[in-house]
Ligand binder design. Structure first.
Ligand SMILES: C[S@@+](CC[C@H](N)C(=O)[O-])C[C@H]1O[C@@H](n2cnc3c(N)ncnc32)[C@H](O)[C@@H]1O
Length: 322
C-alpha cells in the first residue's frame, strides 16, 4: 500500500515548545504517539543528535512507511516505532524502555490527534466519500478489535445512530438520516462509502445539498470517531502520560474537533489541581495555526494546540494578593 504524504500541522510550534528546555549535554527522549507520516518525529531527530524518539501508530500503512523511512534516513539507533494503540504506551514504555526512566523520563510527549491525509486519500480505507470504497474507517484495519463503519451502520439501532451523528457530528438531520439508514438496510446491507453518501444526500433538503460542505461530512466524521473510539482512548490516556515526563518535561496535544479539545482542556485543568505529579498548564488559550499555515494546508484550520509542563511543586497562590 503506497503511503501518501502528510503535512505536519503546527510543526514549529510543537517542536519549539517541547525542545526549549532540553539538555545540550545528555540524551533527551521524546514520544510521538501519532507517528503518521513521521513529520514531527523526524523533526526531533533532525533538530539535535542527542534527541531520541519513541513513536507509536496503530495504522499498518503508517508503520510500514515509517519503518522504511527510518532505514533510508539511517535513524535506526535513535527512533523506535511501536505498533500499538497509544492507550497502551505507558505500560509498554515501563516494561521495555528503562533507558527513558534512567534519563529521568520524557522531555516531551506529542499527540497530533485523528487521522492522516493518507487515510482520506486511500479509497480502500473507507474514510472518504470522495471515492467509492468499503465502509471501513478503522485506523488499524488489520485488527478485529474495532467494529468497521459498515458494522456500526448495519447493526446499531436507530436511537444510537442518531445519538452518534448528533454528538460526534453535530448533524442537524441526524434523526432523518438514522431513520433512513435503518429503512434501507432492511432491503440491502450498506457496505460502501458511496451507498452511505447517497442515503445522506437524499436526507438533506434540496436547497442544502450543494453547499460548501458535503452533506456527508458530519456523519462520516461521527462514524470515524465511533469506529476508533477516539474520545474514549484520549480520555483514558492523557493522565497516564504525566508520570512519564521528567521534571520540566512537556505534553503537547493537537486536536481537530471541539469534543477532543474539550477533553484535553478539562483533563489538563483537573491534572493541575492534583498534587501527586504536579503540572502547570502553559496554554490558558490554545495555540492556533497562523493564517499562512491555514492557506498552505486548509486541514490545519481547526487545529488547537494545548501544552502542559511537569513541575516540582505547585506554586502557592498568593492569598494576600488583591
Ligand atoms: C494526524 S496523523 C499524525 C501525523 C504526524 N504527526 C505527521 O506529522 O506526519 C495521526 C496519526 O495517528 C495515528 N493514531 C491516531 N489515533 C491513534 C491511537 N489511539 N493510537 C495509535 N495511533 C493513533 C493515526 O493512525 C495517524 O497515522
Amino acid at each position: 500500500m503506497s503511503y501518501t504524504g502528510h503535512y505536519s500541522v503546527l510543526k514549529k510550534e510543537c517542536i519549539d515548545t517541547l525542545t526549549e528546555k532540553a539538555s545540550t549535554e545528555v540524551k533527551s527522549y521524546y514520544a510521538d504517539l501519532t507517528f503518521g507520516g513521521g513529520g514531527h518525529s523526524f523533526e526531533f531527530l533532525y533538530k539535535n543528535p542527542l534527541f531520541n524518539v519513541r513513536s507509536t501508530d496503530q495504522d499498518p500503512d503508517a508503520l510500514k512507511n515509517g519503518s522504511n523511512r527510518i532505514q533510508i534516513e539511517g535513524m535506526i539507533e535513535r527512533i523506535k516505532l511501536i505498533n500499538t494503540n497509544f492507550v497502551h504506551f505507558p505500560e509498554i514504555i515501563r516494561q521495555h524502555s528503562p533507558e527513558v526512566f534512567a534519563a529521568g523520563g520524557f522531555q516531551g510527549i506529542l499527540l497530533d490527534l485523528g487521522v492522516s491525509s493518507h487515510h482520506f486519500d486511500e479509497a480502500s480505507r473507507g474514510f472518504s466519500f470522495r471515492f467509492d470504497g468499503p465502509l471501513d474507517m478503522r485506523m488499524n484495519h488489520e485488527s478485529a478489535e474495532f467494529m468497521t463503519a459498515a458494522e456500526i451502520v448495519n447493526t446499531y439501532d436507530e436511537k444510537d445512530l442518531k445519538r452518534i451523528f448528533e454528538e460526534y457530528g453535530e448533524e442537524k438531520n441526524a434523526r432523518k438520516i438514522a431513520m433512513k439508514i435503518v429503512e434501507e438496510r432492511k432491503v440491502n446491507a450498506i457496505e460502501t462509502t458511496k451507498e452511505l453518501e447517497n442515503i445522506i444526500f437524499h436526507c438533506y433538503p434540496k436547497e442544502h445539498r450543494y453547499g460548501k460542505t458535503n452533506p456527508s461530512t458530519r456523519v462520516f466524521q461521527a462514524l470515524r470517531l465511533e469506529v476508533n473510539r477516539e474520545l474514549e482512548v484520549l480520555s483514558n490516556t492523557i493522565n497516564q502520560l504525566i508520570p512519564l515526563l521528567k521534571i520540566g518535561g512537556r505534553i503537547a496535544i493537537i486536536s481537530f474537533h471541539s469534543l477532543e479539545d474539550r477533553i484535553v482542556k478539562n483533563v489538563f485543568r483537573d491534572a493541575s489541581a492534583e498534587s501527586d505529579f504536579p503540572i502547570e498548564v502553559l496554554t490558558k488559550k490554545p495555540i492556533l495555526p497562523t493564517d499562512e499555515e491555514i492557506s498552505n494546508n486548509s486541514r490545519s484550520r481547526s487545529a488547537k494546540l494545548r501544552i502542559l509542563e511537569r513541575i516540582v511543586v505547585k506554586k502557592e497562590k498568593n492569598k494576600y494578593k488583591v
